[in-house]
Design a protein around this ligand. Structure first.
Ligand SMILES: C[S@@+](CC[C@H](N)C(=O)[O-])C[C@H]1O[C@@H](n2cnc3c(N)ncnc32)[C@H](O)[C@@H]1O
Length: 299
């Protein structure tokens, strides 16, 4: 039974009611009510609205409107999503209401904290973060080439029980959040962070050189493609092999073809046996493009 049937309005209906009153009091145009977002993300008491929300409402934009929206949806702070861009996958989000853009998102018993204006967090990757946490990685050394705030490093350490994760990241803001998250989830002693370009870190004389040839598993969680990291990942695996989790964007309907082409390209770089174990369709990246993950066994 919905909240409405029990006599309690849903957050969306509350929002519409409140906005309607606001427009009526200000002799506003009620057709604006057709331009109200019906989905949002909640990170603690901060509500993150989809990109472009309330674009038509510019003449009302301000603290009064944002307070009304936040309170109607059960929050205290409000932010607007932007375009994720650049090599550091900056989120482009802006804070509309509140002073502080640091949030804590709890998922599968793990706390992910980050600055919503500086680091991205993909709600659609929830099943993949869950899948990584469900693995049994006890005894394993893992390399995460694109660690971010700990999207996969944290579930691998906290839930999958990895012995050690080598985490590469070049965004100072993401590293700040990652450090915080490792401490907050009590796993910092099992993780080493390498700041800077992973190509320099995972090289013969790089800070992460000791990881070369020692890893059981490598995470390659970068979109639209993690191709730059494939040679590093192969070099990091133990001589007898291990598993790669390769993220990438594939055209819808062409996911298997894309997977086979990745296997072929890996075979050209590495002489060990390359076998596709799993193709996971994580989410829609755009209308005709899917974010996929390939579990690939090497050796
Ligand atoms: C945000 S996560 C990606 C999460 C998710 N799979 C996605 O792309 O939507 C990728 C992280 O890799 C980092 N990164 C990208 N290229 C890198 C490189 N060459 N060396 C180190 N970190 C890198 C970015 O700064 C970013 O924090």
């Amino acid at each position: 039974m919905t909240g409405e049937r029990q006599g309690k309005l849903s957050p969306y209906s509350t929002l519409i009611e409140q906005l309607k009153s606001h427009l009526t009091e200000n002799n506003g145009d009620l057709s604006l009510l057709t331009n109200v977002p019906d989905k949002w993300e909640k990170h603690g008491n901060l509500l993150l609205l989809p990109q472009g929300s309330f674009e038509e409402w510019s003449e009302y934009a301000g603290t009064e409107l944002w307070t009304l929206v936040a309170h109607s949806l059960g929050g205290q702070r409000l932010a607007l999503k932007g375009e994720i861009s650049g090599p550091k996958r900056r989120p482009g989000a802006t804070l509309l209401l509140g002073e502080d853009s640091w949030v804590t998102h709890r998922e599968h018993g793990i706390d992910y904290s980050f600055d919503i204006t500086k680091s991205m967090f993909s709600a659609g990757n929830l099943p993949e973060r869950g899948r990584m946490g469900d693995l049994d990685c006890s005894g394993e050394t893992i390399l995460d080439l694109y660690a971010g705030i700990g999207y996969y490093t944290l579930p691998l350490l906290v839930r999958a029980g990895a012995t050690h994760v080598h985490a590469c990241e070049w965004s100072i803001d993401a590293i700040h959040a990652l450090n915080h998250n490792l401490e907050a989830n009590k796993v910092s002693e099992r993780c080493t962070i390498y700041s800077g370009d992973n190509k320099l870190a995972v090289a013969q004389n790089g800070s992460a050189a000791k990881a070369l040839g020692t890893c059981d598993r490598v995470m390659l969680g970068l979109l639209p493609s993690s191709e730059d990291g494939w040679p590093l990942a192969l070099a990091a695996l133990k001589p007898e092999g291990g598993l790669l989790h390769i993220h990438g964007n594939a055209p819808s309907g062409g996911e298997e073809k894309w997977a086979n082409s990745v296997v072929e390209q890996l075979s050209e770089i590495d002489s060990r046996k390359v076998e596709l174990v799993n193709l996971v369709k994580v989410k829609w990246y755009s209308p005709h493009v899917r974010h996929c993950v390939l579990d690939i066994q090497i050796g």
